[in-house]
Design a protein. Structure first.
Lengths: 166, 679
């Protein structure tokens, strides 16, 4: 009984689409190829990228929710913050000195980690917005259901409101 | 108009209704009955006679007999008379119900031709010139015997032969019989014209009888005509009966009077009290044709040495004892409590066999009742003492061939009703038949009638019991319901019409009589509807059963529109319509019912109100709707109260949205970066 209830509850929760999992796999593979390319041809850029993406890594470790949407959000925001510096390093010549110089620049670190923080901000703030949306949707649903109940009562009388079997 | 016709102003009939009916009454659109002109010489003990004019043939001399509602007409005689090609019998022209007055009173009338001459005696107290033997043979016996032979061929009895119902043609002096249709056989006969056993009964239970009863009546008529007067005028029926039992009918009726020497043996032979000793029609015919008299030789009856004393009365013969025992039933029950009666029969009457038979009246026997009571035992003893006499049970006396008319008597009287039921249940008819020394022609028919009565009496429900017997066994009887108040219904359609009229005033006529009348007179069986009515647990169910019954009767017997009944039932059955749970279905049914009201067909209303298919649909879908309502309530409650679920949903959706936004932004940033560098 409890298992059925849990299954039902799970069924009612939004699930990551199976296609997305495949897309995630491709993205992960692409991401791996980029990292491998960086490791082979521009190790300093990889270092900058890895250090810049520490918040994303942490979020992947701590987010155990199905779909890992929180980690994805933080990672996406983090990548958006890291990418300009990695690109700049690659364009100017990926040397370890330049990479270390960038890593020791507070502004660079602040931008990279700040972007991740924006991601976290989204993760924390969006459920509240979603709650408002769900509440409005539920009220509409309830209104429709009450209307249907009213129609049933009009058609069949107040007796149908009595518990069945009484 | 015949000489005997009297104007009401001059000689009002003794039982004529008040002057309310002086206006002409039209029957069947043709016969103009004149309530102001009564014909007392054609009236009978149960009917009034009025002059009637045929609008289409005004020269015909007709009269109308207005019948007593509680006495059934002889339907078999009315139907059979048309096929009797004999001019010595008045044949009915038409019969039925007629609106008698504007106040709504209805009557049953029979239209008959007026007899072609005056009655042989205007009343039983009147005197006339005595008839010679030649006149009696030529003018009376030859036509009447011929008529009886013809009627016998049609298995019809006359049972109305008496000087006041015989008429002498003015042209050839031959005698013509008056009507025989207005009452059951023997009902209108003075007791003196009936053999002793039938004279012991009330008029309505004298029974159909047979030719021997006709010959007895002919014998008495010969005596009266031979003397020119009634020799026992002024003697009460009970006193005359007592005399007849002790002295024999011939001696009791003739008294000190003298008949013509040629006539006396004939009358004596016709007035034998034992049927097998009485002359037959062949004997009488032989005398009429050849003048030979072969007087019957009666066996001497057994007479006791000393009388049996009971309530100050004495009996010397078994028949006398049977008769006096019935005068005080409770005292008679005490007499049979010991063996006094058997001892008297054995020692004083010297009839050991009869004493033994009396002692054997107690055991039930193979054909006996389920339970023996003192009443049954006494009735058996009386039948044993006087086997050819009527069945006597408590206050009821009847011949076994009068079970039908006796039911009317019983239905109109509560105590007689119990007597009738107990008598049938006590299988007294079987016992009576067993005790008959000689079989009678009518015994088989009577047995079938009794079996029919027993089957209806075994069910005490509405539409069965004594009321059902009344209508099943008396096909010409109108509905006796006291609620009809002046309306007369001979046919189911007439009763439906009467109900429709009463429904206009907001009264729904229905009682045990009406139910039984419909059950007996309607083609097809309505027993299911009657049982449903009995088993109904509430008013609505009862009304539905009533409606179904009336609808069936209407469909089988009546084409009349019954808008008032329809409206009344619709009002009564509103709770039934309201009991449908679906509002749209209710509205639809009500609309259909109102639409069909114009046709006034009760069958339509049955189809609307008592529709099993729609009822089933309503019940089934009500359950579905109830479950749906409950499911919606649960869902609403869940949506309103499950905060945890709401939060989790919000968190998952929020994170999903945030992931989407972040991904889109990230891609945009990278794209802008790439394009700006490339550019």
């Amino acid at each position: 009984m409890a298992a059925a209830k849990n299954a039902k509850q799970k069924a009612s929760e939004p699930q990551p689409k199976s296609g997305k999992k495949g897309a995630g796999g491709y993205a992960f593979s692409l991401f791996g190829l980029i990292l491998l390319g960086l490791m082979v041809f521009a190790a300093p850029a990889l270092l900058l990228f890895v250090v810049g993406c520490i918040p994303a890594l942490v979020s992947f470790i701590i987010d155990r929710e199905p779909g890992r949407n929180a980690a994805l959000t933080v990672a996406a925001a983090n990548v958006a913050g890291v990418a300009p510096f990695v690109v700049e390093l690659l364009m100017r010549g990926p040397t370890m000195v330049r990479a270390m110089g960038m890593l020791s620049d507070v502004f660079v670190i602040a931008v990279m980690f700040g972007a991740a923080a924006i991601g976290w901000g989204l993760v924390i703030g969006m459920p509240k917005v979603a709650a408002v949306y769900i509440e409005v949707t539920n009220e509409t649903k309830i209104k429709l259901m009450r209307r249907e109940q009213q129609r049933l009562v009009e058609e069949w009388g107040e007796e149908i409101t009595a518990p069945s079997g009484s | 108009m015949s000489d005997a016709t009297l104007q009401l102003e001059e000689t009002p009939a003794p039982d004529a209704p008040a002057r309310e009916g002086l206006e002409e009454v039209i029957f069947a659109g043709r016969y103009r009955i004149q309530p102001g002109v009564v014909l007392p010489h054609l009236a009978t003990s149960s009917s009034r006679a009025y002059l009637t004019i045929d609008s289409e043939k005004p020269d015909r001399e007709l009269y109308a007999l207005v019948l007593d509602h509680q006495v059934p007409a002889r339907l078999t005689a009315i139907l059979a008379a048309k096929d009797i090609p004999h001019d010595a019998l008045l044949k009915p022209i038409r019969w039925g119900r007629v609106d008698w007055s504007e106040s709504g009173r209805e009557e049953i009338v029979i239209i008959l031709p007026q007899p072609p001459g005056p009655p042989l005696l205007p009343s039983m107290d009147a005197t006339t010139q005595y008839w010679t033997v030649r006149e009696l043979k030529r003018d009376f016996l030859i036509p009447i015997m011929d008529l009886l032979r013809r009627m016998q061929d049609d298995r019809l009895t006359h049972r109305n032969i008496r000087p006041t119902n015989l008429f002498r043609r003015t042209n050839d002096d031959s005698v013509v019989s008056g009507q025989i249709y207005s009452a059951p056989p023997g009902y209108e006969q003075p007791a003196m014209f009936e053999p002793i056993e039938r004279a012991m009964c009330p008029p309505i239970t004298r029974g159909i009888g047979d030719l021997s009863d006709e010959l007895f009546a002919i014998g008495v008529t010969l005596m009266v005509l031979g003397l020119g007067r009634n020799p026992v005028a002024g003697v009460s029926d009970e006193e005359l009966l007592q005399r007849r039992i002790t002295q024999g009918s011939y001696n009791a009726l003739l008294g000190d009077n003298k008949l013509h020497a040629d006539l006396a043996p004939v009358v004596r032979s016709l007035l034998r009290d034992k049927e097998h000793e009485r002359w037959t029609l062949a004997d009488l015919s032989n005398w009429v044709n050849s003048g030979r008299v072969n007087p019957s030789q009666p066996l001497p009856g057994t007479r006791a040495d000393r009388p049996f004393e009971f309530n100050g009365r004495t009996a010397f013969t078994a028949r006398e004892l049977a008769h006096i025992l019935t005068t005080d039933w409770n005292a008679a029950l005490k007499v049979i409590a010991d063996d006094t009666l058997q001892l008297w029969v054995d020692r004083s009457l010297n009839d050991r066999d009869l004493a033994k038979e009396i002692s054997e009246c107690g055991p039930l026997g193979a054909n006996g009742p389920r339970q023996m009571t003192d009443d049954i035992r006494l009735a058996r003893i009386i039948t044993t003492l006087d086997p050819i006499g009527p069945i006597r049970f408590r206050g009821t006396t009847l011949m076994p061939d009068a079970v039908g008319p006796a039911a009317i008597f019983a239905a109109l009287n509560r105590s007689k009703s119990a007597d009738y039921t107990d008598l049938i249940a006590g299988k007294m008819m079987n016992y009576w038949h067993e005790k008959q020394p000689r079989p009678k022609t009518w015994m088989l028919t009577a047995s079938e009638t009794v079996e029919k009565a027993a089957s209806y009496l075994s069910d005490s429900g509405v539409g069965f019991s004594i009321e059902r017997c009344v209508y099943e066994l008396n096909p010409a009887l109108p509905c006796l319901s006291p609620r009809l108040k002046g309306s007369v219904a001979l046919q189911p359609r007439e009763l439906i019409d009467a109900m429709e009229q009463h429904a206009a005033g907001g009264e729904l006529l229905f009682d045990r009589h009406i139910a039984a009348f419909f059950a007996a007179r309607t083609t097809g069986r309505v027993d299911r509807e009657l049982h449903d009515y009995d088993r109904a647990s509430n008013e609505a169910e009862r009304s539905v059963a009533q409606l179904r019954l009336l609808a069936f009767v209407q469909s089988k017997n009546s084409a009349s529109i019954t808008k008032n009944l329809y409206r009344m039932f619709l009002e009564e059955l509103q709770p039934m319509l309201d009991s449908y749970r679906n509002a749209r279905l209710r509205e639809e049914l009500l609309k259909d019912a109102k639409k069909a009201a114009a046709k006034g067909s009760l069958n339509d209303l049955v189809r609307i109100v008592d529709n099993a298919k729609k009822r089933k649909w309503d019940e089934r879908n009500f359950q579905v709707a109830t479950r749906r309502h409950a499911a919606l309530s649960a869902e609403i409650a869940k949506l309103q109260t499950d905060e945890k679920r709401l939060q989790r949903q919000a968190m998952l959706l929020g994170r999903q949205i945030s992931a989407n936004i972040a991904c889109v932004l990230s891609v945009l940033v990278i794209a802008v970066l790439v394009f700006s560098r490339i550019g």
